[in-house]
Design a binder for this molecule. Structure first.
Ligand SMILES: [Fe+2]
Length: 243
């Protein structure tokens, strides 16, 4: 995915009501920074480093919580060139233009996402067909499990559908760090959680790049959670193993 600045609200009528700045790991040639404000690059790179360190810690905690051998998740995902950080500004709702959704319902197609949000609110996750607000807690990060971790963990961790409703009073600012894997990575439940303990794998294996393509092709910005594309749709029901 391209990096840099995008005003998503201006791209087309039904897109997310936000503007973003996305960056790849420090040193990546695809990163292009504005020169104004002058300290923009320095602060973004420093923030990226903090997220990287926190992600490494979370990765270890998830690894241990699954009862995997030490370093198994890290070993699986040791190339971190696909990690991405996105700074968001969600515009406040505009009734006239009907721009009311900061981010349409979706699941993150990655290992996990770390999210720093301000005190404005608007993030919601789906549980039992109900949208539950993720109330901001000062000095806290939200950890959101993604599709890849759901598969690797053989459904022990669940990828969560979420959305951002445009705030009514003022713009919302947040910053997300996506712990991603490369498109050429093979994704399937870890053997330590299946064959070695005789538990049936709940997912077929797939290349991450193909999964992303299917996801992108079927994505529609819609308010109905049931219309949201899910991992189950692809992997269990419709996915065909590559030849
Ligand atoms: Fe997300």
């Amino acid at each position: 995915m391209p990096t840099g600045y995008v005003n998503q609200a201006a791209v087309e009528l039904a897109r997310n009501n936000s503007e973003i700045f996305k960056m790849a790991p420090i040193g990546s040639p695809s990163n292009v920074y504005p020169t104004d404000p002058p300290r923009f690059r320095e602060i973004m790179e420093r923030t990226f480093k903090y997220f990287q360190r926190t992600a490494a810690l979370i990765e270890t905690l998830l690894n241990d919580a699954l009862g995997l051998p030490p370093g198994r998740l890290h070993q699986y995902n040791s190339n971190r060139q696909s990690d991405r950080m996105i700074a968001y500004r969600y515009f406040k709702a505009n009734v006239e233009t009907k721009k009311m959704i900061g981010s349409y319902p979706h699941k993150d197609p990655n290992l996990f996402t770390l999210l720093l949000q301000d005190d404005v609110g608007g993030l919601e996750f789906l549980r039992n067909d109900q949208w539950i607000p993720v109330s901001p807690i000062p000095h806290s990060l939200v950890v959101n499990v993604g599709d890849v971790l759901q598969v690797l963990s053989n459904n022990e961790f669940k990828s969560v559908a979420h959305r951002v409703v445009s705030p009514s009073e003022k713009d919302r600012y947040s910053c997300a760090f996506g712990c991603q894997i490369g498109e050429n990575k093979w994704v399937e439940p870890f053997a330590e959680l299946t064959s070695q303990i005789k538990a049936a794998p709940k997912f077929k294996g797939f290349y991450h790049g193909e999964f992303l393509q299917l996801l992108g092709a079927s994505y529609k910005p819609t308010l109905e959670p049931n219309d949201t594309f899910t991992l189950m749709d692809v992997v269990v029901n419709n996915y065909t193993l590559p030849a």
